[in-house]
Design a protein around this ligand. Structure first.
Ligand code: SF4
Length: 260
């Protein structure tokens, strides 16, 4: 995010990253050299079989954003991922979606693309672990990256939340796995989650599957509602939290055992 802020900053602005090792473990799953190799392989195998456009999620390194720009692609957020995919499919038969396979899969499913039209690109295998035929038949090529925080949320946790709070609404981020998104009542971007809970009626109960600091902030700002994290033992994002002062005890208060 600091890197992106730096790209967007004007001449008169400075971007300060308090800890240079802070980052995103999901972004680290798509190193530029691997992506460039994969992109070249895809060009070779697809050849005359229709175009492919690269689309990367905001949580990726600047070099990948640049690769997308150079090749007619785009950068998306979780809020506009569906709109960007629709745009990409206007001119291409396929999309290479980086680096989060779950956001790519969940968004594509909402657009009516079937699981049988998606393949996962494993950068540790030749051709991403796919045959040329599979790649030619695919509409979505999903880079094998994931968010270590959001993939902790599970359908079992959703069942537990519903057992404890029969009136609960389960709201998760689309970086969660497909199984979790399908088991939830709602899913949406950070902005969607924020808006849904802030505008919810007093007394409503929300189990939220996203990064703990956002859940805690929502719980604090909505004292007339019950808001708790879907994962009762969730840890904060270890890479992102490198810029945060170590004040864990206070941080856990909003969702600790009294509420969960
Ligand atoms: S929670 Fe952490 S690993 Fe997941 S997308 Fe955000 S910064 Fe990356």
């Amino acid at each position: 995010m600091a890197e992106t802020a730096c790209i967007l900053a004007g001449e008169h602005q400075q971007v300060i990253l308090p800890n240079i090792t802070a980052g995103c473990s999901m972004a680290d799953m798509a190193p530029i050299q691997d992506v460039e190799d994969g992109w070249e392989d895809l060009q070779n195998v697809l050849g005359d079989h229709g175009g492919i456009v690269p689309v990367t999620y905001m949580n990726s390194v600047a070099a990948i954003k640049a690769l997308c720009g150079r090749n007619g692609g785009a950068v998306c957020t979780s809020s506009n991922a569906a709109a960007v995919l629709k745009w990409a499919f206007q001119d291409a038969d396929r999309v290479l979606f980086l680096p989060d396979q779950h956001l790519g899969r969940n968004t594509a499913l909402k657009l009516g693309i079937g699981l049988d039209e998606m393949v996962v690109w494993n950068p540790f295998k030749a051709m991403g672990g796919n045959t040329p035929e599979q790649l030619r038949a695919a509409k979505m090529v999903l880079w094998q990256g994931h968010c270590s925080v959001h993939t902790r949320f599970t359908p079992k946790q959703i069942d537990s939340a519903r057992e404890r709070y029969p009136d609960v609404t389960v709201l998760v981020h689309p970086e969660c796995t497909r199984e979790t998104v399908e088991a939830a009542d709602m899913d949406g971007s950070t902005e969607f989650i924020r808006k849904a809970i802030n505008e919810a009626p007093a007394g409503s109960v929300w189990a939220v599957g996203t990064e703990i600091s956002l859940v805690n902030r929502l719980a604090k700002n909505n004292p007339d509602k019950t808001v708790f994290c879907l994962d009762p033992v969730s840890c904060p994002c270890s890479t992102m939290y490198r810029i945060t002062r170590p004040t864990c005890c206070g941080r856990w208060k909003a969702w600790s055992p009294e509420r969960w």
